[in-house]
Design a protein around this ligand. Structure first.
Ligand code: ADP
Ligand code: ASP
Ligand code: MG
Length: 423
């Protein structure tokens, strides 16, 4: 029947036969017992008459373990080999789940990225998916199989294994759901939905029943790791309803859908913190046209995303330029900035890895003035200094010291009374 961005996901599963993509994250497949539980759940959906494609992450901790082995051998391991290494985690969990489904009498087949023909750009570590053989997957499902696809991986046009960035199995799941025109994509995880902020940081965090793609996109990009940002981008593009729910219960979770399906447009829907941010400052850059471009062009060429940017008012023909990048890109960004210092005759480069970005997000901010001011006041009243600010229509972000991040999340969450809004 195909996706309709229908917010009533429970109704989809009441249909006699739906095509469902279910993604299980690392904690959900973290041990053989957990894999047995997941298999039971998949088998139940299958026996209810639905068609199921499962996407799995590596077992909890496995991706980090594999990465650290590569880093232990080499300070600069070849990215191609790191992708071969790290993608093996998903191969193991996909095979184990297929084995256990067979034990339960379910005809299951595991598929690696290339077997599902998941083609990506020619980039290692954070490739984007270009195409998937949706018809092939569909015909295998139509002939009665449950497919268990290894998340997080694909192959580039040369046949190299590529990976999709941390949390990338979410994106594999949504891309597969879109390619096979699934009725719903369920993201089964270790929390029972999307919360107003990370429930492991703020005890008053409240589960949201519906959230718009746009708000979820902002929350993901601002640090809520419950969904990888690219998975939300893809879901929004294909209007694929996402159901974020617990792997351990049958309760309805959070539906990520079009804004028109929201019951109520709250001003602030959620708070997020990104602690994996580094701040770089190029000091005393000559202030003339083209200098800023000469800083950011090589960063763009190196595929480094720059986030906040501040250029100070010029003093005696010189200015400081501050910008933030993710921790994983900070070494490369610093090296590029240092190379540049000589060529544009700037003074030097400063770096601070102990910063965090806290943000408030909500579609209702479009029509309400004074929300940012209230955020600044809440931080100020708690002696938290703001180092940089960025805004969009539906979010305001402040760069602060990393050590204050968790406290700031709680202050903002409670200050905007997010535990009270019913949506
Ligand atoms: P998985 O392994 O299933 O992919 P992740 O660890 O990637 O799970 O994401 C789930 C985690 O995201 C939760 O355990 C929670 O701590 C964190 N998280 C951060 N922000 C939020 C939020 N707003 N709502 C729910 N979970 C969040
Ligand atoms: N295993 C990968 C990671 O830990 C991908 C994922 O879990 O989504 O980032
Ligand atoms: Mg994840």
């Amino acid at each position: 029947m195909g996706p309709v961005a229908d917010p009533d996901v429970a109704a989809i599963l009441r249909r006699p036969m739906a095509l469902v993509v279910q993604k299980y994250g690392g904690t959900s497949v973290g041990s053989l017992d957990r894999i047995r539980m997941v298999a039971e759940r998949v088998a139940e959906t299958y026996r209810d008459g639905h068609q199921v494609i499962v996407v799995v992450s590596a077992m909890a901790g496995e991706t980090d373990r594999l990465l650290s082995m590569g880093w232990e051998l080499s300070e600069q391991p070849a990215e191609r080999e790191m992708d071969v290494l790290v993608s093996s985690g998903e191969q193991v969990s996909a095979a184990l789940l297929a084995i256990q489904l067979n034990v339960l009498g379910v005809p299951a087949r595991s598929l690696l990225g290339h077997q599902a023909r998941i083609r990506t750009e020619n980039v290692f570590r954070k490739a984007r998916i270009r195409t998937i053989d949706g018809e092939g997957l569909r015909s295998s499902v139509d002939s009665g199989n449950v497919l268990v696809v290894a998340g997080f991986q694909g192959t580039d046009t040369y046949g190299n294994i590529t990976t999709l960035g941390r949390g990338g199995s979410d994106t594999s799941a949504v891309a597969i759901a879109a390619a096979v025109k699934a009725d719903v994509c369920e993201i089964c995880t270790d929390v029972d939905g999307v919360y107003t902020t990370d429930p492991s940081v703020c005890p008053n965090a409240r589960k949201i029943s519906r959230i718009s793609y746009e708000e979820m996109l902002e929350l993901s990009s601002l640090g809520a790791k419950v969904l990888q940002i690219r998975s939300v981008e893809l879901a929004m593009k294909h209007r694929m309803p996402l159901h974020v729910r617990s792997s351990f219960s049958n309760a309805e979770g959070t539906i990520v859908t079009d804004e028109e399906h929201l019951l109520e447009k709250v001003i602030v829907a959620g708070v997020a913190a990104d602690k994996k941010t580094a701040k770089l400052t190029v000091r005393a850059l000559p202030d003339h046209p083209g200098v800023v471009a000469s800083v950011f062009e090589p960063l763009a060429e190196a595929n480094i995303s720059v986030d906040m940017i501040i250029q100070n008012v010029s003093r005696e023909g010189h200015t400081d330029l501050t910008f933030t990048v993710s921790h994983e890109d900070a070494d490369r960004a610093e090296a590029i900035a240092k190379d540049l210092v000589a060529s544009v005759s700037a003074e030097g480069v400063g770096r601070d890895d102990s910063v965090a970005k806290v943000s408030i997000v909500g579609v209702g901010m479009r029509n309400h003035a004074g929300i940012a001011a209230r955020m600044f006041r809440l931080l100020a009243d708690n002696s938290i200094n703001i180092q940089a600010i960025s805004t969009s229509e539906i979010k305001t972000s402040c760069l602060i010291k990393a050590e204050h991040a968790d406290k700031a999340v709680v202050i903002l969450h409670d200050g905007f009374e997010l535990e009270k809004n019913a949506n």
